[in-house]
Design a protein around this ligand. Sequence first.
Ligand SMILES: [Zn+2]
Length: 333
Amino acid sequence: MNISADHAARKWPSDWHATGGLLPVLVILASAVVLTCAASLEARANVPLPRPRPADAPSAVEPEGGAAGQAMPSQEPAGAKAPEPSACRKALTEDIAIAPSIPAIKGPGGCGGEDLVRLEAIVVSPTQRVALKPAAILRCTMAAAVADWIRTDMVPLAAKLGTTISELDNFDSFECRGRNRVRGAKLSEHGLANALDIRGVTFANGGKLSLTDRTESRDIREKVLASVCTRFTTVLGPGSDWYHEDHIHLDLAQRRGNYKLCQWGVYDPLPAIAPLMPAERPEEAPPRPTAEEKAASGKPSEAAPEAASEDDDGKPAAPAKPRGKLSRRSGAQ
Ligand SMILES: [Zn+2]
């Protein structure tokens, strides 16, 4: 810009005498215009701002399925109205759960989802709640399924035990990751906010029910198993794979043919001491013939089946064809 302005200034003295008194005024005005335009050009060069949208321009919102919608499906025009609450959102009232809505999550690799809530507590009655510890990020439909499970099945089960449930342990809810945290694995339902991992519940009387604890009542664990496998499309626990030995995975994955996966082995307690040796033969037991006595009596010990390698008391039976030291001791050549 300064080049143009200087050029105008340098021309000024040579024109002054030839054009009289009006010309200087015009030149001043022209210089001002040149300076203004040059300043404007420089500003545009440094900050490339878009031109303002004309007032009579058509609407920027393409019709649904239009070219712009296909190119940027995740983009919403600024200031767009909030979407209409889903049927789930309308049904999941504060009489059922404390579950405020949170913004949709659009993470990498397809992670995230819409219609999300932060499930903080399940309302059992005006005076009783089951708190999620910590609060779980879930799709509304999954949160509603968890709330219905606790209210309809778990609270009556606790009542039979003479108590109420105060907390539900949240081991994991939304997390953008592959299955079983394996890098490169298919996106977990946790990545879609469609899964909840739990370890157990806490009762109002201070007791706990650990669902994967072998020493807990088998009857109660089997009742919980039947309940969750009816309500959720995926249930994984001990025995499914070694990723689920310490918690129960619940989700609402949709599969072809509404196929459900229920893999949770309810196991008995392990013996306190492994039975390494067979029990002693009781003294009152009738005497057993030795191999030598059997051989002497002429019974065909060779007829003993190979599979009967152990007697009822667990002691090794005489081999069908004694060899080595035993053959010499028994005298069977
Ligand atoms: Zn899980």
